[in-house]
Design a protein around this ligand. Structure first.
Ligand code: C2E
Ligand code: CA
Length: 868
């Protein structure tokens, strides 16, 4: 459940609650009651206490409910119950119990019948429900409810409530960090109704925050100042203080610490007793940020300590995010790591939550914006053209509901958000987050990622492999449960201390909770064996933690290499190999890891197959949708083994990667593709051929060189398909190779996009040209609205980043037609052709020399070539 919103705006919106039922509507509006004095008085009492003491409101409502139940004969009982439940849900929401509030609001709505009259009560319930939906992360439903409420308010001419509904919609866009859109809603809200101080104040404050996020300092200041004037007119000291704090924060983010200080001083003057006020801690936090900005770290530390005084750092809300960030920076500046770490962790927790909210809100908004109408129309046309009879579009006209999240959308939207993220603090955040990545947050020791980086750097500096010893604490689980969480963190820190004292190693990191990694500048892993022995020996005496003496035994796994990531992985595998051999140390054994003899045989048979003709390349044509022509094909290997029959690549490619045979294999496949391209060209087909390059290879500089030389011998265009996860794994080295290839004119495609977990923001930095969307999203797009939405949004995002998009796994003509409509660039899949031998490909291309006519053009026809 997400109870946190992405910005402080919401906090203010709640404070000046636009949908405040006590103000929004007198009781008589909803109830045509003449006689039920007691019921009515309980309801009135509930309304009066709603804002300040919702728990009191709730008890009045319980009393009202009992009175109502005793009067079954009432003529207006539907309205009475709906009002009662609506107010109950409001009270529950205010008490921070949105999950309890939701069914109560639903019940209120249901009580108004299937097709409720457009009344204010109906719309007010929708707004309440929308706000519950929003806090529970159901953004789609929230938006829908606000929209419906807005329509009702319009119909009954209630402009004040219209304005509230518009602001609520704006707040969803704020959560989604779509500030441009949020701005429109807020401005619209202001236009719809003005002259109401509390509403105007909320709008101005919201706009101030939006402009701040957009980096528009002057506009932000102007709106905050207006909000502040309104707060002064309303005579609210606390509101003035809050807005002044926003103003101070604005000045800080633009580096004007003097102006910030003036604003905070004034804010303090509006708080009656700052020493007693719970809220004043935010002002100390702002003062701390000012002191930090001025380089006065000691003062900053005192102030930030006051901000968090008596607060559990693990349970703070979004309102504290920027103060955690400030605290982490302050303590880092003072090298007080122990104090920086918990703030870093808290900041990361809140930042993750905010991103999650943004991603969730975004997926919904995209869904809502995606207009299917045009597509449904086109599909109807397909029907009438008789292209396909069995087309079933379920829910075609059903209203769009909340669309489930998928990993793909989260990451791609986050990617987009990152790209759009123009917040001036972005750099600072990145620094802080990077730190979180390279540091184990429990112990403050360097993390596994830091070890990988250190190995790669060391190897690059020495220009030869580095060695890693992974030291695993035996029976760690038992130790941890005996010692507890923080004690076992201390134990690990003490172990590292001892290692550092005895060895002065290049680098020490925590590879896993129970594994310490020691990086050595030794190229020869055998030479590290004596070091491993000495390391083990150094733990023969107990480790002292205060009064405790703890016996630890360790096992060592050794590996060496240039690549940090595989070095770490191999050293970890070596630990298992040591255990299997009932030993206390082992050097990584690739052959052993490839495991059984069977696998080894398979691998040598695979390489043999590339020489004896059992291995061949097949080709799956790719249709270029704008031109309707087959302008490319993907090379896919096929192994017809004499003994075992057909062995599919999914079976042996991963094994080849693990056992290091992939390099020779890929070199062969590339050479084969170059040979086949010559044959194709001779047959009159100048098409681009795509070769799959395993991720394990892209950070290998020797392979990069070899592949480049081979590809340059091709008579036509060659492209490389690279899996996104692989591309992510070893960024620096991979990037250098990819850039080399791209510079030589080899186009690069990101393969199987959506099956891994990479951010599009990162992908954007790769010199790629094409995004291949994983077939999981494409195959069912004709029947799944959600999949259509995903394909469409990914296509838009790809285009936004200047990439062409290919849809894999096109198995039906409906999917093909939809892809064309969506604006996808390339299609590949069984509906067009399976992968087929070179000869069959030539036949296929001959038969499909004329452009394929796709929907949108009359009398579509296509020769389906399933040669494979
Ligand atoms: P991939 O790169 O994602 O290749 C696409 C896979 O989807 C191919 O499976 C292809 O036959 C299959 N496919 C194409 N259209 C459809 C469709 O409409 N529906 C369905 N259900 N499947 C479709 P294949 O040939 O079995 O290859 C599997 C994977 O093996 C490839 O996935 C690729 O990662 C790897 N691979 C294949 N050949 C090579 C190679 O020469 N070198 C390397 N390194 N990897 C290869
Ligand atoms: Ca591929």
């Amino acid at each position: 459940m997400r109870l946190l919103s992405a910005s402080a705006i919401i906090a203010l919106l709640c404070l000046v609650n636009p949908a405040e039922p006590a103000q929004a509507q007198p009781a008589a509006n909803h109830l045509a009651v003449e006689d039920a004095n007691t019921f009515q008085s309980e309801v009135a009492a509930a309304r009066a206490s709603m804002m300040a003491t919702p728990n009191v409101a709730l008890s009045h409502l319980t009393a009202a409910e009992a009175l109502l139940a005793a009067e079954p004969e009432r003529t207006d009982s539907d309205t009475a119950f709906a009002t009662l439940w609506w107010l109950q849900s409001e009270a529950l929401t205010r008490l921070g119990r949105p999950l309890d509030a939701e069914p109560v609001a639903e019940r209120a709505l249901a009580r108004l019948g299937d097709t409720p009259e457009p009344t204010k009560l109906f719309a007010d319930i929708l707004v309440s429900l929308g706000r519950v939906n929003k806090v529970t992360g159901e953004y789609g439903r929230a938006l829908e409810n606000f929209q419906r409420a807005y329509e009702v308010y319009r119909a009954i001419g209630d402009s004040r409530s219209e304005s509230i509904a518009l602001q609520s919609m704006g707040s969803i866009y704020t959560d989604a960090r779509q500030y441009d859109r949020a701005e429109h809603y807020y401005i619209d809200a202001a236009r719809r109704h003005s002259g109401d101080a509390s509403l105007d104040l909320a709008v101005n404050n919201n706009l101030g925050n939006v402009y701040r996020e957009l980096g528009q300092y002057d506009e932000a200041l102007e709106h905050f100042e207006q909000a502040r004037t309104l707060a002064a007119e309303m005579g609210s000291g606390i509101l003035q203080a809050r807005i002044l704090n926003n103003i101070a924060s604005l000045h800080i983010s633009f580096g004007d610490f003097n102006a910030a200080e003036i604003a905070v001083d004034e804010a303090v003057s509006h708080i009656d007793d700052p020493a007693q006020s719970e809220w004043a801690r935010f002002l100390w936090g702002t003062r701390a940020r000012i002191a930090y900005g001025r380089g006065d770290y000691r003062l900053a530390r005192n102030l930030i300590a006051r901000t968090f005084d008596g607060i559990s750092l693990d349970e703070t809300t979004q309102a504290f995010a920027e103060f955690h960030e400030a605290a982490a920076s302050i303590y880092q500046a003072l090298t007080a790591w122990d104090q920086a770490v918990p703030h870093l962790r808290a900041f990361k927790r809140l930042d993750d939550e905010a991103r999650d909210v943004a991603a969730s809100a975004n997926s919904t908004l995209l869904g809502a914006q995606f207009d299917f109408a045009e597509q449904e129309l086109e599909i109807e046309q397909l029907h009438t053209q008789g292209l396909e009879r069995d087309l079933q579009l379920t829910n075609a006209r059903a209203r769009q509901r909340m669309i489930g999240l998928s990993a793909l959308l989260i990451v791609s939207l986050l990617g987009l958000l990152m790209v759009q993220f123009r917040h001036r603090a972005a750099k600072d955040r990145q620094r802080v987050l990077e730190k979180a990545l390279y540091e184990d947050l429990d112990t403050g020791l360097p993390s596994r990622a830091a070890a990988e980086r250190a190995i790669a750097n060391l190897a690059a500096r020495l220009d030869r492999p580095a060695t890693l010893i992974a030291l695993q604490v035996e029976r760690y689980k038992q130790l941890q449960s005996a010692l507890g969480f923080s004690r076992s963190a201390e134990l690990r820190a003490a172990m590292v201390e001892r290692i550092r004292a005895n060895f002065d190693p290049e680098f020490v990191a925590l590879l896993a909770p129970d594994v310490i990694g020691i990086v050595l500048p030794l190229a020869d892993v055998d030479a590290a064996l004596p070091v491993a022995d000495r390391l083990r020996h150094c733990f023969t005496s107990a480790v002292a933690l205060d009064a405790l003496e703890i016996d630890v035994n360790v096992t060592a796994g050794l590996a060496s290499g240039m690549n940090g990531e595989s070095c770490v992985r191999n050293a970890m595998i070596a630990l298992d190999q040591a255990k299997e051999a009932a030993d206390h140390k082992a050097i990584f054994d690739a052959e052993l890891f490839g495991d059984s003899e069977q696998n080894l045989t398979l691998m040598s048979r695979m390489l043999a197959a590339t020489h004896n003709g059992d291995m061949s390349m097949q080709y799956q044509p790719k249709l270029h949708l704008p031109s309707g022509s087959y302008l490319a094909a993907e090379a896919l290997c096929r192994w017809q083994d004499r003994e075992h029959g057909m062995i599919m690549p999914d079976h042996f490619i991963p094994l080849a990667e693990e056992t290091g045979r992939i390099r020779d294999f890929t070199q062969w496949s590339l050479e084969q593709v170059v040979r086949d391209q010559k044959t194709l060209l001779a047959a009159g087909h100048d098409i681009s051929l795509a070769v799959n390059i395993s991720g394990a290879l892209i950070s290998d500089p020797e392979f990069a060189e070899l592949a480049l030389r081979t590809a340059l011998q091709a008579p036509g265009r060659i492209s490389f398909e690279i899996t996104e996860t692989a591309a992510m794994q070893n960024p620096e080295r991979a990037m250098a190779n990819l850039e080399k290839w791209a510079a030589a004119g080899i186009k690069l495609a990101i393969d199987d996009y959506g099956s891994g977990l990479s951010s599009l923001a990162y992908l954007k930095t790769l010199p790629s040209h094409e995004l291949k969307l994983d077939r999981a999203f494409v195959t069912h797009m004709a029947s799944s609205q959600r999949d259509r939405m995903l394909v469409k949004s990914t296509s838009d995002l790809a285009h936004g980043l200047g990439l062409e998009m290919t849809a894999e796994g096109v198995e039906s003509f409906e999917a093909l037609a939809l892809l064309k409509l969506i604006g996808c660039d390339w299609a590949q899949g069984y509906a067009l052709s399976k992968a087929t031998s070179l000869e069959s490909l030539i036949e296929f291309l001959n038969a499909n020399a004329q452009p394929v006519e796709l929907p949108g053009t009359p009398s579509a026809s296509h020769s389906r070539g399933r040669a494979g």
